[in-house]
Design a protein around this ligand. Structure first.
Ligand SMILES: Nc1ncnc2c1ncn2[C@@H]1O[C@H](COP(=O)(O)OP(=O)(O)OP(=O)(O)O)[C@@H](O)[C@H]1O
Ligand SMILES: [Mg+2]
Length: 379
């Protein structure tokens, strides 16, 4: 093996090496590709997943620089340079890597500086189909198309006969006895329920979003008030806000709907799970270096606004996770399964991104949104 390859993690500060598991073993076990590049972008380390990803062994990689495998105009070099210059971690979703060796693939890349080794950059690469956030977005886009058509059909074909049914039941109400009136009321209530469902579906139509500067804290406050005066009255709501956040570039009402759906789900999960000290935490923050490729162009959209909704409920049921954002996926007896499909649709319309982390006792949905004047920047 070449001497230029680093065989493990650089020693963390202030710890006895013997108290840690072997860094190389840890890195090898990771399912994501981890690479260490030196100042000349030569490979100094590649874990097992990275060897597989690049199709070369560590020994072979030691003879190469990244520029030998990827064309010089690849956006990955820009990302690496920015990490070096700014000394911060940068994540890019949907970056296209194209080369004869790698073919064309879409990856999520995270580049980080290594404080102990100036000019070295750690790259973490994940195939886009394995990167959950992106995967969900893609899954959603196809789901949205089918829902868009269905919403239009429902609106036209269901609403009219429904109001006929409802009107007829109302007419009957005045001429039947008390026992039968219960039945006519049932018809009316159920007709109302279907109508509400159809109304909710209509947002899936292809209308362009009207956007303006939105104070995200006002959105969160509005939702918090609704929640505390209604469905989450019995729960504690925490706020961890970054007061210096710039305005989001979005549609206020739709963003209220997004946060409301997330907070409602959190409250319902806590209640259904019988959690004694139910707690929902709303967090905002500014994150440099989160960006998403704009489909069909060279541009990148910066998504520095972070809004997170966390709960200490039982976590998302394992069996629905792969289709979490699809319409009609629900684990609740009376759930329509439209909440998260709607969230994903609105976030996608805003050019943003949604991610989720869930385990028992801690579920977090994170929204990454664009800010005003920045929504379609290059870079
Ligand atoms: N915070 C959460 N904790 C645990 N499970 C969740 C959470 N958020 C969503 N889920 C799961 O995801 C499913 C889908 O959520 P979604 O909001 O799309 O539909 P729903 O809440 O079931 O129905 P609707 O929102 O239409 O009333 C839920 O049924 C639930 O199983
Ligand atoms: Mg819901």
């Amino acid at each position: 093996m070449s001497a230029t390859l680093v065989r493990g993690l650089p020693p963390p500060l202030g710890r006895e090496p013997s108290s840690r598991p072997d860094g190389t073993a840890l890195l090898s076990a990771l399912p994501v590709a981890v690479l260490l590049l030196d100042a000349g972008n030569r490979f100094r380390y590649a874990n097992h997943a990275a060897e597989q990803f690049l199709g070369l062994s560590m020994v072979q990689l030691a003879q190469h620089a990244l520029g030998d495998l990827v064309p010089a105009d690849s956006p990955i070099f820009l990302l690496i340079e920015q990490v070096r210059q700014n000394g911060v971690t940068i994540s890019e979703y949907d970056l296209t890597l194209e080369s004869p060796r790698l073919h064309k693939q879409s990856v999520t890349v995270q580049g980080s500086p290594l404080p102990e080794e100036p000019d070295c950059v750690v790259l973490v690469l994940q195939d886009a189909s394995a990167a959950r956030a992106l995967d969900r977005q893609l899954t959603f886009r196809s789901a949205a198309r089918s829902v868009t058509g269905m919403a239009a059909i429902l609106a036209h074909e269901v609403k009219n006969p429904l109001s006929g049914i409802r009107g007829a039941a109302q007419l009957l109400e005045s001429s039947v006895n008390a026992a039968d009136r219960e039945l006519t009321l049932l018809i009316r209530d159920e007709a109302d329920r279907i109508r509400a469902l159809v109304d909710r579906m209509e947002i899936f139509g292809e209308k362009p979003v009207e956007r303006a500067a939105v104070n995200i804290h006002r959105v969160l406050e509005h939702v918090r008030r609704l929640a505390q005066n209604g469905f989450a009255a019995h729960l504690r709501l925490h706020e961890v806000y970054d007061p210096s956040l710039p305005p989001a570039w979005g549609n206020r009402d739709q963003l209220v709907q997004v946060v409301l759906n997330l907070v409602k789900n959190a409250a319902e999960a806590i209640t259904a799970g019988g959690v004694a000290n139910g707690e929902i935490t709303l967090t905002t923050g500014f994150q440099h270096g989160v960006r998403l490729a704009v489909p069909g162009s060279e541009r990148r959209r910066h998504l520095p606004l972070l809004v997170a909704v966390r709960d200490n409920g039982p976590g998302i049921p394992e069996d629905i996770r792969p289709n979490l954002f699809d319409p009609f996926v629900s684990s609740k007896p009376t759930g329509s399964g439209l909440g998260l499909a709607l969230v994903a649709k609105i976030v996608a319309d805003h050019g943003g991104l949604i991610e989720v982390d869930s385990r028992p006792g801690r579920t977090e949905f994170r929204l990454h949104l664009p800010v005003v004047h920045d929504e379609s920047e290059g870079g």
